[in-house]
Design a protein around this ligand. Sequence first.
Ligand SMILES: *[C@@H]1O[C@H](CO)[C@@H](O)[C@H](O)[C@H]1NC(C)=O
Ligand SMILES: *[C@@H]1O[C@H](CO)[C@@H](O)[C@H](O)[C@H]1NC(C)=O
Ligand SMILES: *[C@@H]1O[C@H](CO)[C@@H](O)[C@H](O)[C@H]1NC(C)=O
Ligand SMILES: *[C@@H]1O[C@H](CO)[C@@H](O)[C@H](O)[C@H]1NC(C)=O
Length: 446
Amino acid sequence: MYNLGRAGLTYWSPNINVVRDPRRGRLQRHQEKTLLWLLCAPTTVLMAFLATCADPRLLKGTIRGEWDLHGYIVSDCDSIQVMVDNHKWLGDTKEDVVAQVLKAGKHTIPEAAREGAVLLKNINESLPLDSAKFKNIAVIGPHANSTAAMVGNCAGVPCRYVTPLDGISSFGEVIYEMGCGEMACRNDSLFFPAMEAAKKADATLLLVGLDLSIEAESLDREDLLLPGYQTQLINQVAQVYRGPVILIIMSAGGRGIADVVFGKYNPKGRLPLTWYESSYVDMLPMTSMPLRPVDSFSYPGRTYKFYNGAAVYPFGYGLSYTEFGNELASPAEAYLEIKLNKHQQCHDLNHTSEGYSQRDKDGSEVVMVYSKPPDGVSGAHAKQVIGFERVFAAAGKSNKVRFSFNACKSLAIVDTTGYKVFPSDVHKITVGYGGLLFFVRVSFNH
Ligand SMILES: *[C@@H]1O[C@H](CO)[C@@H](O)[C@H](O)[C@H]1NC(C)=O
Ligand SMILES: *[C@@H]1O[C@H](CO)[C@@H](O)[C@H](O)[C@H]1NC(C)=O
Ligand SMILES: *[C@@H]1O[C@H](CO)[C@@H](O)[C@H](O)[C@H]1NC(C)=O
Ligand SMILES: *[C@@H]1O[C@H](CO)[C@@H](O)[C@H](O)[C@H]1NC(C)=O
C-alpha cells in the first residue's frame, strides 16, 4: 500500500521468489513478496492485452479460483501509477484505473508481524524474561530505536511506529545505547557506553542487523556477516554482561519483539531461507545460475532443495517456548502400486502425525512435511516441502494433524532437462527436522 509515498503500510512475510543468492540486494524485497501477497506487475508483454493488475481473469479466475488463494494481492509499488502515466492504459483516468484494479479482485487483511519472529537459540531457557525479575534492561545496538527496518523496500508512511525501544520500555526501565553510529557500524567509538549499560542492567538486549543502507534493490552484499563492527560490539558487550544477553537480528519487520522477549507471545516463526555459513560466498560466484551441486567444482548448490553443504541454521528452523514431541499415528510405510495405462491417475496419500506439547505451556507448532526422492536418482533434489500445518496443543495434551498429498505432485522430481518424472522405489517422507520417517514404496506395473 505504497500510495505514492503519501500513506500506507507494508505487511510482508515469507518468500515465494527463489532466493538464489544470499548476497543479492533484492533479497529483502523478495522476502516482502509472499505467499499471502501476490504481486501483479505491469509487464510489457501482458500489457499489450490487459494489465495484469486489472485482469479479472488472472486475479479472480486463476488466483482466487484455480489456485484457491485467499490472501491479499497487491500491485508492485508503482504499478497502478505506471498503468496510468506510462502505459496510458485504455486512456483511463486515475479513478478509472483504481476502480478496475479493485474490481479485478483486491482486498486487504491485517497480519500480525510478530508471527514472523524466529527463535533460533534459547540457552538455559533464558527466554522469556520475567519482567518482575528483570527490571533494568540495557537496549543496545543500531536497530534499538529504528523504524526504518520495519518498513521494507516498498514502504509507505505508517500511522505509528513502535520501535523495539518503545516496546521494551513498556516492560521495564530501559538504558539505551546505540553502540554503533550507524547501521554500517564503521568504528568502535560508541562501544564503551554500551558496555557500561550492559554492566549495570539485569538483562541486555542487543539489536543488530541490516537495513536498506546495507542491502537494497541496487545494493548487493559481498559477504554474509553483520556489517562493520557489529560483531565486535556483540562480543564486547557479551564479555561484561551481568544478566542474560539476548541477541536480536533484524532485517525487515520488528514490532512485537518485546512481546516475544517477555513471553507475552510464544514464538513459532520458521526461517524462510537457509542460513549459509559465511564461506558460502567463496564457493560460488554470485552470477552462477545452477541450483544443483557440482561436486567436481566443489559447488554446493543453491536453495534448501539442493544445497548439500553445512548450514548455520536450516530452512524451516525455529524454536518456541513450548517443546513439542511428534509421533506418527499412522503406519510408517505405504505401498503405491501404479498401473501404467492410458488413463493412469495419480493417487492421494494420507498420513497422520500426532504432535503433543510436553512442557507446561500451551503452544502451537508449524509441522512441516518434506519428501525425499529414492537414492541414486541423478539430478534429484535433496528434499522438498510438500505440506505444512499449524497445530495447537494445550500443555501436556496431544493433537492430531493429518496430511494428505498427491503422489504425482509431491513425489515427482524435475529432471535436469526440465521434465517432471516420477521415480519408482522408496520415497521418504519426513516430518519436522527429519526425526519422523515414513516410507512410500512406489512400483509400476503394466
Ligand atoms: C547454562 O547453565 C549452565 C548450568 O547452570 C552453566 O554452567 C552455563 O554457563 C550456562 N550457560 C550460559 C551461556 O549461561
Ligand atoms: C529514537 O528516535 C527518534 C527519531 O527517530 C528520536 O526522536 C528519539 O529521541 C529517539 N529515542 C531515543 C531514546 O534516543
Ligand atoms: C566513528 O564513526 C562516527 C560516525 O558513526 C564518526 O562521527 C566518528 O568521527 C568516527 N570516529 C573515528 C575515530 O573515526
Ligand atoms: C485420503 O483422504 C481423502 C480426504 O480425506 C479421501 O478422500 C481419500 O479417499 C483418502 N485416500 C486414501 C488412499 O485413503
